[in-house]
Structures are given as C-alpha cells and as structure tokens.
Design a protein around this ligand. Structure first.
Ligand SMILES: C=C1C[C@]23C[C@@]1(O)CC[C@H]2[C@@]12CC[C@H](O)[C@@](C)(C(=O)O1)[C@H]2[C@@H]3C(=O)O
Ligand SMILES: O=C(O)CCC(=O)C(=O)O
Ligand SMILES: [Fe+2]
Length: 334
C-alpha cells in the first residue's frame, strides 16, 4: 500500500479533489441589474441555487482595480509587517491560515474588517493603516454596498413585498452589522506532486448574514454545492471566474426571512496551484437586535415558520461558536 503523506506546509489543511473542466458550472444564473426582469431572475436563482452572478452593476472597473492592486501590495509585504495588522481584538484585522476561533484552517491570508453605518471601514479597526489602501477599500465598500442594496430591493420586488426597502433597510439602518473581507489565496505549488489534489483555501460553509457580494481577481477556485448529486446529495461545481462581475450568495438569515424559499448556499474555495486568488466579500448583516423570522408577507395561509425565533445577535453569537462546515441553522429549526 502506498501512503501519501501531506507535504509539511499543508499539514493541517485538508485536501480537496482538484477541480477539472467537467466540474465547471456553465449554467450559473446571470442577472443584468440594468435590465427589466432582474427581480424575477434573482428570485428564481435564489430559489434554485442561492447564488447568482451580477452584471450591469455600474461599478467602475477603476474602483475594483485600485482596491485589488492595493490589496496585492498589502499581501506582498514581509510577514512581520502583515502580522502587525493582526487582530486588535478577534476577529478583525489580519489573519493567516486560521479561520475563526474553532480550529478551521485554510491556505489563505486575509483581512477581516468592520464596516460602519456610512459604508466606510470602521475607525475601530486600525488595519489596514496604509492611507491609500484604506481609501481604495472605502471607495470599493461604498460601491459594493450600493450593489447589495439594489439586489435586496430587487429581491423584495420579485418576492412581491410591498415596501421596496424591507430587506435593504436591514443592511443600511443604524447599527447594521456589515463586515468586509479581503482574502488572498497564494498558489500552493507544494501539492503539484500529489496528483489530483489541491489545498482547501476556504472550507465549505454557508454565510450567516443576509447576503454576501463577492468579487475576485479572475483566478478560479470558488465552488458552490448545487442540488442534483444523486440520491438527494449535493454536487460541488466550480464557478467560472469573472473579474468584472459580482457574485451573490444567499446567507442563512435570508433563508429564514423567506422561510426556506431562498437557499443559503454552501460554498468553498479550492486553491489554485499556479495563480494567486484575491477576493473581496461584503457581508450584509442586520443590526444585532433585528428579529430574524419569516416575513409575514411571504407566509402562505396557515404556513408556519420552519424556525424558532431569534435575533441576529443571538444567531451570530451561536454561529461564531461553530466550526466552518457545521449546519448552523440546525439548532434553530423547529
Ligand atoms: C469558523 C468560523 C469562521 C466564521 C465564524 C465561524 O465560527 C463560523 C462562520 C464563519 C464565517 C463565514 C462567513 C464569513 O467569512 C465570516 C466572517 C462570518 O461572518 O461567518 C466567517 C467567520 C470568521 O471568519 O470569523
Ligand atoms: O474568497 C472567496 O472567494 C470566498 C470566501 C468566503 O466564502 C468567505 O470569506 O466567507
Ligand atoms: Fe463564505
């Protein structure tokens, strides 16, 4: 029997099967935000996959490129300099390989940053301290939050909710819990010898918030779980990258607000063996006191909530005690 030992650099990082051309999710739903019909298309994608790609968003390529090149510059610094941006208090600040506080590991480094009510990086996070990087991220975060708001408004319209801002207000009102993440996945060449294996960049999970809006530098690696793996199982498919587009994930809280009509999508990142991936993710969450329960307009006659009552603060506290791959919503199901 041949026993393959993991190379030491990836000792504690789980391996995944390297994606191949047959894993490509060519049918990823694409929504053009500038066209009529976007609301219906978004609802359809959220019901089927909890995931879609957004084009026609109007965000300037300069805004995206500036943020990306500043991020590349930040991560190219010496390790000791990056470590100085480490969390003043967890989870915010610079991190490397460790995800969360419960033992999850991935082949990445990242900045996890709090966003304030005016869609700027919160002053409570000193990192990143470089003024040009901070300015570029502030410009990007303001732009991506506008995209999130338009998407949430379109969802409300598509769901037939009378007040257009029912969902979007949750991420714009005072005290809303918005987080921004910059992930850098260096290539993992040590694995080239292990045929067919890649390091886990970011292990499988669902996002706890309402929605996450992601943009990457065009290096592939993001996978989502879609129904249809046979016998009710899910199948992992690779999302073709597109540096000009945004990708939207439905999070756990939106699944609950829609009483399970929208799916909180399971996703993960597989490290590329040749190219670095840089991704930006805006996580739109509500204020801590926001009650997360199915919207009354969405409940049919006699339909009951599938979930126990909770606030976002309660859910977040419970979520941060779980491992990445845990089914966080299970403890709130009736
Ligand atoms: C393992 C963990 C990392 C995470 C907190 C958690 O305990 C479970 C949820 C994880 C997640 C996934 C989406 C976002 O990247 C994130 C910032 C979030 O809100 O929930 C991360 C958390 C993290 O990295 O701290
Ligand atoms: O970096 C990516 O592309 C996705 C990361 C992710 O899912 C997350 O940070 O929650
Ligand atoms: Fe995620």
């Amino acid at each position: 029997m041949v026993v393959l030992a993991n190379p030491p650099v990836v000792d504690q990082i789980p391996l995944l099967r390297s994606p191949g051309p047959r894993d490509s999710f060519a049918a990823v739903p694409v929504v053009d935000l500038s066209r009529p019909g976007a609301a219906r298309a978004i609802v359809d994608a959220c019901e089927r996959f909890g995931f879609f790609k957004v084009v026609g968003h109007g965000v300037s390529p300069d805004t995206m490129d500036r943020a990306e090149s500043e991020a590349v510059r930040f991560f190219a610094q010496a390790q000791a300099d990056k470590d100085r941006a480490g969390p003043a208090y967890p989870p915010f600040g610079y991190g490397s390989k460790r995800i969360g506080l419960n033992g999850d590991m991935g082949w990445l480094e990242y900045l996890l940053l709090a966003v304030d009510d005016s869609a700027s990086l919160s002053d409570s996070c000193a990192a990143p301290s470089n003024a040009a990087f901070r300015a570029a991220l502030n410009e990007y975060v303001a732009a991506v939050r506008k995209v999130a708001v338009r998407v949430l408004e379109a969802m409300a319209e598509g769901l037939g909710i009378a007040a257009a801002d029912t969902l979007s207000a949750m991420v714009t009102e005072q005290g809303s819990d918005q987080v921004f993440r910059v992930n850098h996945y260096p290539p993992c060449p040590a694995l080239q010898g292990l045929l067919g294996c890649s390091a886990t960049g970011f292990g499988e999970h669902t996002d706890p918030q309402l929605i996450s809006v992601l943009r990457s530098n065009g290096t592939s690696g993001l996978q989502i779980a879609i129904p249809g793996g046979g016998a009710g199982a899910a199948r992992w498919v690779s999302v073709p990258s597109d540096r000009d587009a945004f990708f939207v994930n439905v999070g756990d809280s939106l699944q609950v607000l829609t009483n399970g009509r929208f799916r909180s999508v399971k996703h993960r990142v597989v490290t590329n063996s040749l190219k670095s991936r840089v991704s930006f993710i805006y996580f739109g969450g509500p204020p801590l006191a926001q009650r997360i329960a199915p919207l009354p307009e969405l409940l049919g006659e006699g339909e009951e909530s599938l979930y126990k009552e909770f606030t976002w603060g309660e859910y977040k506290k419970a979520a941060y005690k779980t491992r990445l791959g845990d089914n966080r919503l299970a403890q709130f199901e009736k």
